[in-house]
Design a protein around this ligand. Structure first.
Ligand SMILES: [Zn+2]
Length: 281
């Protein structure tokens, strides 16, 4: 759940560019509703700023007929996402503005996810709206699926409008098997005091299977960590192990204090069995 810089793209000229070159009468039909769409984009921005996109109304068929809704939805695939399409430069610009998927903070970027879905029964008028397009990894795009929040608590954290890194929202804990094998699991921290924010983060954490993703990463990270800590322990005992863990925690927190690696090292730091190397892989 990482913050991203908002794309600075003029919706009206982007829309006109995407519609230009369409066959008549579709072209005129789509250009005819431009004022309505600009207004809808302004509303989207205003609601998103207040974390209340769940209140954005779907467009009534009296404003945009179902046939036109389908044309609007198709603009994304045909005029923006496709290689050589007039909006592809904007597509690429939005994609390359992130280093990793902002929903999970980990996955490799794969596509642009529609924060509010573009299906004709949802928000086709936002199908190419830059503020509704979030660079995302394949897993998050697929796990998020068609998500239309109807309550404040159901909203995903919007990467262009919200920053939750001021909170330590991610926590990890260590566990041991009967033969001292260590595993690390993740959860949303109990220290979050705002109940709405807590529900939102919990929903996103569960939907996107973040415990599974982070725990799998931690299991891999434990392998080199074990070798390194064993050496540190042999060289200088517990203080040497703790020093290494502190260093890693500080270094990983620079990117984000909720980065799964930062939280991983924080969990190891809090566990005296780890310091004394009373654990196995
Ligand atoms: Zn992701």
């Amino acid at each position: 759940m990482r913050r991203l810089d908002m794309p600075k793209i003029n919706f009206k000229s982007h829309y006109e560019k995407c519609v230009e070159g369409k066959q008549e009468p579709v072209r005129s039909n789509l250009l005819g509703c431009i004022s309505f769409l600009v207004g809808k984009n302004k509303k989207y921005r205003a609601y998103a700023k207040n974390s209340s996109l769940y209140r954005l109304q779907k467009t009534d068929p009296s404003h945009i007929a179902p046939a036109k809704k389908n044309q609007l939805k198709q603009l994304y695939e045909e005029r923006m996402a496709r290689e050589g399409a007039p909006g592809k430069k904007i597509y690429d610009r939005i994609m390359t503005a992130a280093r990793a998927c902002p929903y999970c903070g980990h996955g490799t970027l794969f596509t642009l996810d529609h924060y509010l879905p573009k299906g004709i029964s949802h928000f086709p008028e936002l199908s190419i709206a830059p503020l509704n397009l979030i660079p995302a990894c394949r897993d998050c795009n697929s796990n998020k699926h068609v998500h239309v929040p109807t309550r404040e608590e159901e909203q995903y954290i919007h990467p262009y409008f919200e920053d939750v890194d001021g909170h330590n929202w991610l926590a990890a804990s260590t566990h041991y098997s009967t033969v001292d094998e260590l595993t690390v699991t993740y959860a949303v921290s109990d220290t979050l005091t705002d109940p709405v924010l807590k529900s939102r983060i919990k929903k996103q954490f569960k939907d996107l299977k973040l415990n599974y993703i982070y725990s799998a990463q931690a299991a891999t990270e434990l392998v080199p960590t074990y070798t390194l800590l064993k050496q540190r322990h042999e060289d200088g005992g517990v203080p040497n192990v703790v020093e290494y863990l502190r260093e890693q925690e500080r270094f990983r927190s620079e990117l984000s204090k909720n980065d799964w690696r930062a939280v991983f090292y924080r969990a190891l730091l809090a566990d005296s069995r780890v310091h004394a190397m009373r654990w196995k892989l």
